[in-house]
Design a protein around this ligand. Structure first.
Ligand code: SF4
Length: 301
């Protein structure tokens, strides 16, 4: 309790729970267990909420709602997956209509185990999320206006969970633009990302010990394939993407050409590439609603 100074407000969403976990969430707030005695309030408005409690697994019907609630919550925010369905999809994960646990679409901060999750565990999860919020708030305060303290470093497989969480935050914006939550960066699993480290060079932008940006690249002949440039939306427009690009190009001194591609509406990703002299050379339609633009840059000298 000493760790947090404000009353954290919680929003609870039943994704596709059997209601077992929902009943336990409600029990956590009602008199027997009484989270409210600790100052925690259950709100129905995402704009007032700090902690997002999700029960049940993600499917095609609820993914948009989960994303919308998350997007409407102010930063800093914490996501808690309650119960094994929200954690991994549980026995339903192989169902044709189930996409998986909540971390399929959102960066989850805490997992509360159980089927159903017990009220004591849920309370513990909420209090740990409140503590995490204080840390996130302190980090954002410290980092605001302190871009000069950022370091760009080589990333390794141990950084994969943090990079994956950031990747999901960033690409959810693009998914919203296209109304398509099946984008590869959103669906990538932790194992797949770890495997990418075997064939690609990863860089990370680090501020205050936290990864706020990343980029990856691979040399194929004389062409360096640069991709998945991500910067936390809180730090957009502050030159981090351009610095990451400059650094990844230096990782491939033998490359004569740099190449990348992105959705035609990914303007936040396009800007750093254009700043660094990349120019479009090809455009192709990859689905009914999406086009892909290819950019290249020739190395001078
Ligand atoms: S974890 Fe168990 S109790 Fe909770 S929603 Fe899934 S099946 Fe129901």
């Amino acid at each position: 309790m000493r760790a947090f100074k404000r009353s954290p407000w919680v929003i609870h969403y039943d994704a596709s729970s059997c209601n077992g976990c929902d009943i336990e969430v409600v029990a956590s707030f009602t008199p027997l267990y009484d989270l409210e005695r600790l100052g925690v309030i259950n709100t129905g408005n995402p704009k007032h909420a700090d902690i997002f409690l999700v029960t049940g697994s993600v499917n095609a019907q609820n993914v948009k709602v989960i994303r919308t609630i998350f997007e409407q919550m102010p930063e800093p925010r914490a996501v808690v997956a309650v119960g094994i369905c929200a954690t991994s999809g549980c026995v339903f994960r192989e169902c044709y209509n189930v996409m998986g646990g909540v971390d399929t679409v959102l960066p989850v901060d805490l997992y509360v185990p159980g089927c159903a999750a017990r009220p004591e565990s849920i309370i513990d999860g909420v209090l740990q999320a409140a503590e995490l919020l204080e840390k996130k708030r302190a980090f954002m305060r410290a980092m605001h206006g302190d871009i000069g303290m950022m370091a760009i470093e080589r990333a390794f497989a141990g950084d994969a969970p943090e990079i994956l969480a950031l990747q999901k935050i960033v690409y959810s914006n693009e998914a919203e633009i296209y109304n398509d939550y099946t984008l590869t960066p959103l669906r990538q699993s932790l194992d797949e990302l770890r495997k990418d480290f075997e064939t690609r060079t990863f860089l990370k932008a680090v501020m205050g010990g936290k990864i706020v940006g990343s980029v990856r690249g691979r040399l194929e002949g004389e062409t360096a394939d640069i991709g998945w440039l991500i910067v936390h939306p809180y730090f957009w427009g502050r030159g981090i993407g351009t610095r990451l690009l400059g650094a990844i190009e230096e990782c491939f001194p033998s490359a004569r050409r740099f190449m990348t591609f992105m959705g035609e509406k990914a303007r936040y990703t396009m800007a750093p590439f254009q700043n660094m002299g990349y120019a479009p050379f090809r455009q192709e339609r990859i689905s009914e609603h999406r086009e892909r633009v290819y950019f290249e840059k020739k190395r001078q000298g």
